[in-house]
Design a protein around this ligand. Structure first.
Ligand code: DQA
Length: 137
């Protein structure tokens, strides 16, 4: 089973960015833990701060991988392009968010990803990614 986690803008700063909202663990450490725990999965990771690079990656993996776990971060709320890419590909996408976006500013309540996601996992901290992974398994 081939799964990729795709993270959007500013998520490269996890661990140091607003730790009260996003926690104090770096994504690299978390991701290595996931890889060690789920040894039967071929788990990949991609992060970009650039909208077009996220679209390119979705197109690249979106017809061959078994699952995509996507946290498009702020682009979730703004990017019709990423939303369209999720619609265009055949690999199922699970949308995840670390924080409960519905408990935050109203501009975070809208998502251009959700209408075409297989499912949505929001607000469980980094555990959101693991829950998404388990749902693919
Ligand atoms: C986020 C929520 C977004 O609103 C925000 O822009 C992020 C992270 C989350 O995982 O909680 O960068 O996607």
């Amino acid at each position: 089973m081939k799964i990729i986690i795709i993270n959007g803008p500013n998520l490269n700063l996890l661990g140091q960015r607003e730790p009260e909202v996003y926690g104090s663990l770096s994504f690299d450490i978390f991701f290595n833990g996931l890889k060690r725990k789920y040894t039967t999965v071929e788990l990949h990771y991609f992060q970009s701060n650039i909208e077009g690079e996220i679209i390119d990656k979705l197109q690249e993996v979106g017809f061959s991988y078994d699952g995509i776990i996507l946290n498009a971060a702020a682009y979730t709320h703004t990017s019709i392009g990423i939303g369209d890419a999720v619609k265009a590909i055949t690999t199922p996408v699970i949308e995840v968010h670390i924080s409960n976006t519905f408990a935050r500013e109203t501009f975070r309540h809208q998502s251009f990803i959700s209408p075409n996601a297989k499912g949505i996992i929001i607000g469980f901290g980094l555990k959101s990614y693991e829950l998404a992974l388990q749902s693919f398994l």
